[in-house]
Design a protein around this ligand. Sequence first.
Ligand code: RIB
Ligand code: CA
Length: 323
Amino acid sequence: MKKLPVIIDCDPGHDDAIALIAALASEKLEVLGVTAAAGNQTVEKTEKNARKVLEICARTDIPAARGRTKPLRNPLSVAPEIHGDSGMDGPLLPEPSMPVCKESAAVLIAKLVEESPQPVALIVTGPCTNAAVFLLAYPHLHKKIAKISLMGGGAYLGNRTALAEFNIWTDPEAARIVMESGIPLEVYGLDVTHKAMIYRQEFSLFRQRKETVFQFLADLLDFFGGTYLEARHLPGAPMHDSCAVIGLTNPELFTYRETTISVETESARSRGALTMDLRPGAERQDSVCGKIALDVDREGFLKVLLRACETITRQRREKGYAS
Ligand code: RIB
Ligand code: CA
């Protein structure tokens, strides 16, 4: 089966780390590169966390690059209340030993896209800053971006404000550039990511297995589920970012609506809010269009994550890593 080449721009971030595991484990994806965004934490921290995840997944062959230090217009506002001071508090991991690329995120994305024999899908699980910089700097490469699968926004939910989700709120200007690029767009917003939840009583499905990557994911869930309980009173850990990956590998698990999507950038009160027309029969306008996921088969989604941990465990063993 021909694999879909992907580049993942992320801000690890507990749920970004789990999304990376899902992507690296999938037989349907070829992860060409990982780029770090400033979002959950500073880009220095998210970039280091991304390399830690690549190392624990025995994939130090995949290049990792650092993106912009701040959003296009607004100051950076990190989220230690959810992800901790390191951006990935909880798991105890050694400092990464694999090098970080000398190229910036946008330059690495351009290089990988140019070198790819087929169009590449861009997966964005943090603010859209790096994706926007790439799109602005390399317009001739848009035709080699097959689609953009993005975790962000929400039709009916916000979390950074009542109206806006964190990734879009952090850099609404960048999100608008992505959404108005004309590149096919899949949006996984809070409406579906809160349904893609691993409930607290299910954390043991990972904790009970002693292999490294199961324990790593269990450590992520314990911390992330704990902060979400305290900060958002949720009964588990919403797998926000894994939706943007598993939507590409297992679209049958999701329910989508085609719609027009636009981003509010001017109003301080509604900055980062996504607006879309989901009325029955609403027609897609030509200007901005994509599909937004609104529902998910949660049991099936959980099985994909468990299988991903099995696959990474096998891959680690095949490379001589301790299980
Ligand atoms: O609002 C959820 C999103 O913000 C996720 O991508 C999470 O990692 C944070 O970046
Ligand atoms: Ca993220």
